[in-house]
Design a binder for this molecule. Structure first.
Ligand SMILES: O=C(O)CCC(=O)C(=O)O
Ligand SMILES: [Fe+2]
Length: 275
């Protein structure tokens, strides 16, 4: 068990290297019928999907877009020195530009990733939403991502036909922050429906939420090159960073068909796109 903090409040979390975790080499050997079902397990970690070299190139591309001394590379590590003048993803914030860069596109169109998405959603006709989010947090961030379910943001006729893919572009872990999951929360859909606020959130108080629902927070132990898929139903969150080394990540939404897609996710992401 580890003690983390979110919105400056401490909570308990269980780190795990094995829960819902398979390596790419392991999973591709499985029969189609043995592939995990996100509806049942909520999230799935696949190790060793992306080359570390491609991730480092994408990371360098992202931080090099900032031209006013916001980030500096020291001893081969990007350090966050100042926030950009525009809010993340708004106005002229460089994160919007990053999504057009070859190094970003190389990651999201990696053949291994494409293969996994088709197998997990069990269709050849997969749709990757054009709205693709990049997020960067550090000890200079005013807040982390609060507990929520993606189904509040991505409206689909059949949420089981949609999934999120979360990809870290650099270091993650207790010091830097990352995604964590409220284990088995996808099995308590109706109870959690009642907790959703007008801001589409579930809670800022991760400790209270865990106690009220009698469910535990889990942190998949992952490294560069690993990716996580999660269902629209599972509650997840991030937590406070204590590092000036930024946690950079991207998150994508895949649907099984146009009929399952949310049309609001058909244009490129902007921080002020209202979603
Ligand atoms: O990276 C984060 O902090 C949040 C990501 C998220 O909520 C998601 O990928 O669904
Ligand atoms: Fe999310």
């Amino acid at each position: 068990m580890e003690v983390l903090s979110a919105s400056n409040k401490k909570f308990n979390c269980t780190p795990s290297r094995v829960l819902n975790t398979l390596s790419f080499q392991e999973i591709i050997l499985r029969e189609d019928s043995d592939w995990p079902n996100l509806k049942e397990i909520g999230f799935l970690v696949i190790k060793d999907v992306l080359p570390k070299q491609d991730i480092n190139k994408a990371r360098d591309t992202y931080f090099s877009l900032f031209k006013n001394g916001e980030y500096e590379k020291l001893n081969n590590k990007w350090i966050h020195l100042n926030n950009h003048m525009d809010p993340h993803g708004c106005n002229n914030h460089p994160s919007k530009e990053f999504l057009k860069k070859e190094q970003f596109l190389k990651i999201i169109f990696t053949e291994k990733l494409n293969y996994l998405t088709k197998k997990i959603l069990r269709t050849e006709d997969i749709i990757l939403s054009p709205r693709r989010i990049v997020r960067s947090f550090s000890n200079l961030s005013s807040r982390c991502t609060l507990a929520h379910r993606d189904k509040e943001y991505f409206l689909s006729k059949n949420s089981n036909n949609v999934m999120t893919c979360w990809i870290p572009l650099g270091p993650v872990g207790p010091k830097y922050g990352q995604l964590i999951y409220l284990k088995d929360s996808h099995k308590k859909e109706e109870i959690i429906d009642k907790l959703v606020t007008n801001e589409k959130l579930i809670s800022k108080d991760l400790d209270k939420l865990s106690k009220d629902l009698n469910l535990n927070w889990v942190r998949p132990i992952i490294e560069e090159g690993d990716i996580i898929f999660h269902s629209l139903e599972i509650v997840h969150s991030s937590f406070d960073s204590f590092s000036n080394i930024p946690r950079l990540s991207i998150d994508l939404r895949y649907s099984s068909s146009l009929n399952d897609h949310d049309p609001r996710w058909s244009s490129p992401w902007r921080g002020d796109d209202g979603l």
